[in-house]
Design a protein around this ligand. Structure first.
Ligand SMILES: Nc1nc2c(ncn2[C@@H]2O[C@H](COP(=O)(O)OP(=O)(O)OP(=O)(O)O)[C@@H](O)[C@H]2O)c(=O)[nH]1
Ligand SMILES: [Mg+2]
Length: 266
């Protein structure tokens, strides 16, 4: 993939909006203007951090997946639905404060990085932010120089309107979206029509995670993954990564961590 110059593209989109004013549909132009504004705002904030949002329906296991990736109980997992009313952030690497302010995420948990365990480095040189190295676990080498903000969102399809509004605000602002689905609701029309189809053609910023795989046999998991891949491709997201995990047993969590580390490095 070629490198995208965000500033150039934002300027080009802005010129297009100006040129099209009065000629194209007002709603389309408003959307395009909003993209220009968000891109400029995001461009002025930490490029060191990749914002990854865990999005999905209530009970799919977003909070549980956040905790499994972080390796600690950061988000509240609930039996009563819906549970998460405000987004929660797990943050690897310093300097994400203004970015989190812009995202309007107040609940933040700084994650320890291997550098924190290694006070011996007094060379004065900029210390590599190696939180991601740990996040990457056994999968890759240390020395990743970028950070990660992992967000646990309220449910996007909530019966509580505020949850939906807060979730959508963050879905629009995240750099990478991880849709967490469960074996019951992975084919839900609202998810596919309202959220995945508008992302058509942008498969590199979408990951779909089938959680609760511990409730399925291996054969059932394979069949469901195949079905989910077919649905995601039909949404225009052929090439988006689709994987099975279990927040309960830890299955697939290392693979997910690897994808997050890769996204942050990109
Ligand atoms: N068996 C099994 N249960 C899980 C798994 N992940 C989550 N659960 C259970 O599913 C329920 C919902 O989990 P949460 O993590 O609170 O789900 P959520 O998506 O954050 O829900 P909201 O905050 O309401 O949007 C809880 O009872 C969890 O213990 C899993 O991998 N396997
Ligand atoms: Mg939750």
């Amino acid at each position: 993939m070629s490198r995208i110059d965000l500033a150039d593209r934002t300027a080009a989109l802005e010129s297009a909006v100006v040129a099209a004013s009065g000629r194209l549909d007002r709603e389309l132009l408003d959307d395009a203007r909003a993209v220009v504004t968000r891109a400029r705002e995001r461009g002025g904030l930490s490029a060191e951090h990749t914002v990854v949002a865990l999005a999905g329906a209530t009970g799919s296991g977003k909070s549980s997946v956040l905790n499994a990736v972080a390796g600690s109980e950061i988000a509240t997992v609930g039996v009563r639905r819906p549970t998460t009313s405000h987004a929660v952030a797990a943050v690897w690497g310093d300097g994400a404060g203004p970015l989190l302010d812009w995202l309007e995420v107040r609940r933040r948990q700084e994650m320890p990085t291997p550098a924190d365990d290694d006070p011996g480095d007094d060379s004065g040189a900029a210390r590599p932010r190696r939180g991601l190295a740990r996040l990457r676990g056994r999968r890759g080498p240390a020395g990743i120089s970028t950070g990660l903000v992992l967000l646990d969102l309220p449910d996007h399809d909530s019966v509580v309107v505020e949850h939906r509004v807060r979730a959508e605000r963050l879905v629009e602002r995240a750099d990478l979206l991880v849709w967490v689905v469960d074996p019951q609701k992975y084919a839900d029309a609202a998810l596919h029509e309202r959220y995945l189809r508008p992302l058509a053609g942008r498969s590199e910023v979408v990951v779909v995670v089938l959680n609760q795989a511990d409730r399925l046999s291996d054969a059932e998991t394979d069949a469901m993954l195949a079905d989910l891949r077919r649905l995601v491709a039909a949404d225009g997201l052929d090439g988006a990564r689709v994987l099975a995990v279990s927040a309960a047993t830890g299955r697939g969590i290392d693979q997910l961590k690897g994808l997050l580390a890769e996204a942050a490095a990109r």
